[in-house]
Design a protein around this ligand. Structure first.
Ligand SMILES: [Ca+2]
Ligand SMILES: [Ca+2]
Ligand SMILES: [Ca+2]
Length: 219
């Protein structure tokens, strides 16, 4: 029995020895600020085809790149933004996305065709809409969803932009897209009249201030 214990000890790694260098160890190669004299934050990042795309919010003017969808800040305290960088940290695209109220970009995803989808939140009455859904119940903050190529074609960069929400505060926090361009968004809603569909898991707001919501947009 004693020999057995000794044998077990010999099999135990000596933890004072450095571990073998893992193949996946990373080094910091490059990084960049994105911002101006106001405050900014980036909320989400996605990488595809060597393009690094970031969304968030900004208070600063003068950040848009030529050919951006929206070249000047819409106003209010915050606009959403989408920035695209190359693999060495160079910025080649920055667009504001917002109206005269407040916006934040909360999540971003790119499909297999390179189309960018973003979701976030807005309370602007003049939010930039492109072929939007009808939204009769809109009030206070709403979720927004937008889709586009974001390749420097100006206003043509966004092919679809809509707000979605009920009479109270609503927000899109996370977005996914499937292989046939159905868009799924997760977020929250304070609204008793947030639209649901018959047969879904739960068609009524369950109380408290907010319920989590999931919604789907088809192409
Ligand atoms: Ca700043
Ligand atoms: Ca704004
Ligand atoms: Ca709302």
């Amino acid at each position: 029995m004693f020999q057995g214990l000794t044998h077990e000890k010999q099999k135990t790694p000596n933890r004072t020895q450095p571990l073998a260098t893992p193949q996946w160890r990373h080094r910091a190669l490059n990084f960049t600020f994105i911002g101006g004299g106001g405050n900014e934050a980036s909320n989400a990042i996605v990488v595809g085809n060597s393009v690094v795309s970031v969304t968030g919010w900004t208070q600063s003017n003068g950040l848009a790149t030529p050919g951006a969808f929206q070249t000047s800040r819409g106003g209010g305290v915050y606009d959403a933004f989408v920035a695209r960088l190359n693999g060495t940290g160079g910025l080649f695209y920055f667009t504001y996305f917002g109206g005269s109220g407040n916006e934040a970009g909360n999540d971003i995803v790119i499909n297999s065709a390179g189309v960018t989808y973003i979701t976030g939140v807005t309370n602007s009455t003049n939010f930039p809409l492109v072929n939007p859904l009808p939204s009769p119940n809109r009030g206070l903050y709403d979720a927004f969803v937008a889709r586009g190529a974001l390749n420097g074609q100006g206003v043509a960069d966004i092919a679809f932009s809509t707000v979605l929400g009920g009479e109270d505060n609503d927000a899109g926090l996370s977005i996914g897209v499937d292989g046939v361009s159905n868009v799924y968004v997760a977020g929250y809603s304070w609204s008793s009249n947030f639209r649901t569909v018959a047969g879904s898991f739960d068609t009524v707001h369950n109380g408290g201030v907010s319920d989590a919501v999931v919604f789907k947009l088809t192409p």
